[in-house]
Design a protein around this ligand. Sequence first.
Ligand code: AHR
Length: 503
Amino acid sequence: MPTARMTLSPDAVVGTVRRELFGGFVEHLGRHVYDGIYEPGHESADAEGFREDVIELVKELGVSTIRYPGGNFVSGFRWEDSVGPRDERPRRLDLAWHSTETNEVGLHEFSHWLEKVGSDLMLAVNLGTRGTLEAIDLLEYCNLPGGTEISERRIRNGRGEPFDVRVWCLGNEMDGPWQLGHRSAEDYGKLASRTAKGMRQLDPGIRLVACGSSSAHMPTFGEWERVVLTHTYDDIDLISCHAYYEEHDGDLGSFLASAVDMDGFIETVVATADHVRAVRGSDKQIDISFDEWNVWYLSRFENVDKIEGIDNWPVAPRLLEDVYSVKDAVVFGNLMISLLKHADRVASASLAQLVNVIAPIMTEPGGPAWRQTTFFPFSITSRLAKGVALKVDVSVPTYETTRYGAVPLVDAVATHDANSAESAVFLVNRSTTDAVVVAVDVSALGASEVRESHTLADTDLDAANTLENPERVAPHVNESVRLADGLLTVTLPPVSWTALALA
Ligand code: AHR
């Protein structure tokens, strides 16, 4: 049986674990909003039509900030459509997802829902088909206390206090040819800079995110960041990264190593941002908003699920409803490890998405809501990761992958909270054949007790939670864990994700 060794030190600090790392993303897409979070006729719906069973699951998931309302959707969105009397709101085509948007749920309703789930709002403005003025108007609507036509409109629409939105995305995936209003880095960089300056004239305290690359495999990757940051460096705070992973052609070994790609993505963007900083002689540091990440079987969407036809624009169709397996959850947990390993420069992250659409939570209209396999690594990491992230050097054998070459069998990160003297260790075993025995020297942390252990693994790697069998997969207590004389030992089953809470 392979073994892995590591030593944890409270001094090997990567960075603070910010709550914003555990953000989510709600897009007007498929059954995310309609028949997902909002289903007025459902038996668990509250007075506003929001499903309380979903609200409870979102709370349990532990999401901090939620990015809204898109995604590709935002590049065709007129925000004014989504406010004011509901019976006057227009139905509009959503070109991104070939659907009809009814605007029944808009900014005010969504912000009520956020209050119910206890999360903050992160708004994206449309820089695809609209421009600087519309972005400033939306900011005025949201953040100005009153006294102008636009801010008074918000008050008339029932919201006296400003929404006070702190974080704003300057468009979405503007590097992607699929994006409505897709632009060159040069054009986008200039537009984002102008828009950011205008928005700051209104509210200097907001944080602004410029669009980075929609994947580390875009042909413009690297150069896109360099050019965009050259135009926007003084105007923005964060640059975005988006990444989705799937198993290609049965290449499980590479799929299990997806976090290697995410590590490289983050490190390359950090290097590019720091390069631009050096060229400009700036004191300012630009960090990353990893505001879309997940496992997504994108090829299934492109080949099977795409909606077409001039006479076919459904409301809330079933789109991107990936059913996540055990192996997907292991990769997912590893992506969270990657985010924590870069807690110094990844200032915030948004799991894409939340309900029904590539989501940890699924619902059936008129039926139940349930947790997908990916729910568990998110909720447990969000709850246990506190204080600072610690750098962990894992000494472990490697395995060969087609995409990433030799990759360590085990990946890990730890967190330590000096105030509560609590620590947590998060691990994955990527071996498809072997359990790995891990020995962790935790003596420097002063840990003497394992308070919790959770391992997600299954002999059937394709096992999933479904409407018919919603509790088929769940993490279990890892009975192999021992802690004695400052040495923590645990056996990780093949293809597994594990979290250990120490005190
Ligand atoms: O999350 C689904 C889609 O993925 C988003 O709309 C878009 O930003 C990305 O391409």
